[in-house]
Design a protein around this ligand. Structure first.
Ligand code: AMP
Ligand code: GLY
Length: 416
């Protein structure tokens, strides 16, 4: 069969790489993809946002299954368009993708279906928001409504920080802001495959959201993950499934907006059990790079079986993976385009490309996050050592990375 993957980052590289391994798949197409994916499949020169052209391409090429990576494309209604034309696609409709694109919408659903999450209020006026912060005190979390790729969030440890974040948020006309209770605990990412009814969790990963070591610096899209996460055992996974993921899926179905695709929960394990930080309507990046290399099952078969309402049982490699993101020097403030990258041939790690390009045969940076370097190990420590060994062999003058991916669990255990 022929599979089309939509997107151009590290997540889509990992998805396409795993799709290519499927014994059901003869050809992989990636639109628009990046140079790192050239060996995996055919790059299709159609922008991700051009959903009309993408659907026409899928029709003309007789694509059997399309898998969508980025949230922005889902929010534009790519799934609605494909389904209107009778094309098979794995992802939520624009209406269902609002669980990510509107924090307010996600919070309303959680309230309605008793899904545990932090207390919150939504504000459309700076004055009311400020007085709420003054009343509640810090720590407190300020979230702008809408798609911000993890960047419209301020975890404020003082009232002043919170008020500053509000002033910035409300300097944008018609902005809406969610002010949320600060959740203290151990954060993890869980992604489930769902057909709107059944929810099948993948293995858990832990992301590192802050730009610099020891969780310092600004929030980013994610600087690296490891999987599995020792502290999140099968009891916690089951609790997350029963209290958060399943009620969300069944609630959305009941409301007439069934969610099909990758249902991603950013979850905090608190002393009162699991609580939802956010939902995303897609696979995580770099979660995909850390999790998919551990999947032993046929990924495409699992998706098709789920869509056809057949039994799905996933098998996993027991080894650990550590994925280290190499980013442009100023990320997340800006990205450096055009700095040369040299990747040696004989690396043990898998190198997924997040933001690269080739100019006259030269590999260059082309985005905020540039590469995701993934190594396996029998222990977390071993996976970490192997990943960093390779990261250090990759040469580029204008990239940086965190040195402590996979260490977070250690200091969290000490602290809690
Ligand atoms: P989000 O975009 O909602 O995932 O937020 C980005 C990051 O901010 C999360 O991954 C958390 O690390 C942190 N965060 C968000 N909401 C909260 C909360 N209520 N309590 C504590 N930390 C939070
Ligand atoms: N790495 C977190 C995300 O994809 O949102």
């Amino acid at each position: 069969m022929k599979v089309l993957v939509i997107g151009k980052g590290g997540r889509e590289h990992a998805i396409a790489w795993k799709v290519k391994e499927s014994r059901l798949v003869k050809e992989v197409f990636i639109a628009p993809g990046n140079v790192g994916m050239e060996e995996i499949g055919k790059l299709v020169d159609i922008s991700e946002e051009n959903i009309d052209e993408l659907a026409t391409f899928a029709q003309n090429e007789n694509i059997d299954l399309t898998i969508v990576g980025p949230e922005s494309v889902l929010a534009l209604g790519v799934v609605d368009e494909f389904e209107k034309r009778g094309l098979k696609i794995f992802g939520p409709t624009a209406a269902a993708a609002r669980i990510e694109s509107s924090k307010d919408f996600a919070k309303e659903l959680m309230k309605k279906y008793n899904v545990p999450t932090g207390a919150y209020e939504t504000f459309e006026s700076l004055e009311l928001a400020k007085s709420y912060v003054n009343q509640k005190g810090a720590p407190i979390v300020i979230k702008e409504d809408g798609l911000k790729a993890g960047k419209g969030v301020t975890v404020a440890f003082t009232k002043e920080e919170a008020i500053e974040a509000l002033e910035i948020a409300f300097s944008i006309p018609n902005n809406k802001v969610v002010i949320e209770e600060y959740l203290d605990g151990f954060e993890f990412s869980i992604i489930a495959l769902t057909n709107g009814e059944r929810v099948i969790p993948l293995e858990v990963a832990q992301d590192h959201k802050r730009a610099y070591d020891n969780d310092e610096g600004p929030n980013t899209g994610g600087m690296g993950v490891y999987s599995p996460v020792g502290k999140i055992d099968s009891n916690v996974v089951n609790e997350t499934l029963e209290k958060i993921l399943k009620p969300m899926a069944s609630g959305m179905k009941q409301d007439g907006i069934p969610f099909k695709g990758f249902l991603f929960g950013g979850i905090m394990l608190t002393k009162d059990g699991v609580k939802t930080i956010e939902f995303n309507a897609r696979f995580g990046d770099p979660e995909a790079e850390g999790i998919l290399p551990r999947m032993k099952s046929d990924f495409v078969k699992a998706i098709l079986d789920l869509m056809d309402e057949k039994e799905v049982k996933l098998e996993w490699d027991e080894r650990y993976t550590v994925a280290v993101v190499m980013a442009s020097e100023d990320y997340p403030k800006s990205s450096t385009i055009g700095s040369e990258i040299e990747i040696p041939q004989n690396l043990e790690s898998i190198v997924f490309h997040m933001g690269t390009r080739k100019v006259d045969g030269r590999l260059e940076t082309n985005g905020g996050r540039v590469l995701s370097v993934v190594a396996y190990g029998n222990t977390l420590e071993e996976a970490k050592e192997r990943a960093y060994l390779d990261v250090k062999k990759i040469k580029c003058k204008k990239m940086f990375f965190r040195n402590d991916i996979g260490s977070k669990m250690c200091y969290n255990n000490e602290n809690k």
